[in-house]
Design a protein around this ligand. Structure first.
Ligand code: SF4
Length: 113
């Protein structure tokens, strides 16, 4: 399962508990706030440590989301990370490519894997 880490700098208080886990996808910026390195995709070998980093954060500034895929019948493969992102990606695609179609959040998530 592909997992992606995201960070909310507005919540981060620079406690640095997360970077103590020494994972390659996290560091602190010049202001002492967390930053996710690269695309945030977590190597399988670091998943347990990243889960610890997320759990250690005292202000829940870190989120770990699983990769979701929805294959639209038009041939477009839609990719999102976590349910909210998957729904947003699908709705953007529907607006742009199929404006006459309307799917609920539950319907979108039922089609995604
Ligand atoms: S543990 Fe949380 S608050 Fe501390 S640096 Fe990491 S993300 Fe920021």
């Amino acid at each position: 399962m592909v997992m992606k880490l995201t960070a909310d700098k507005t919540r981060c208080i620079g406690a640095a508990a997360c970077v103590g886990t020494s994972v390659s996808v996290l560091d602190l910026d010049e202001n002492g706030k967390v930053m996710v390195l690269g695309d945030g995709i977590v190597p399988d070998s670091e998943l347990a440590d990243v889960q610890d980093a997320v759990a250690f954060c005292p202000v829940t500034a870190l989120r770990l989301e699983r990769r979701m895929v929805l294959d639209c019948p038009c041939g477009e493969r839609l990719v999102g990370y976590g349910e909210d992102d998957m729904v947003a990606v699908a709705r953007r695609h529907l607006e742009e490519a199929h404006p006459h179609l309307d799917y609920s959040r539950d319907e979108i998530l039922a089609l995604a894997r």
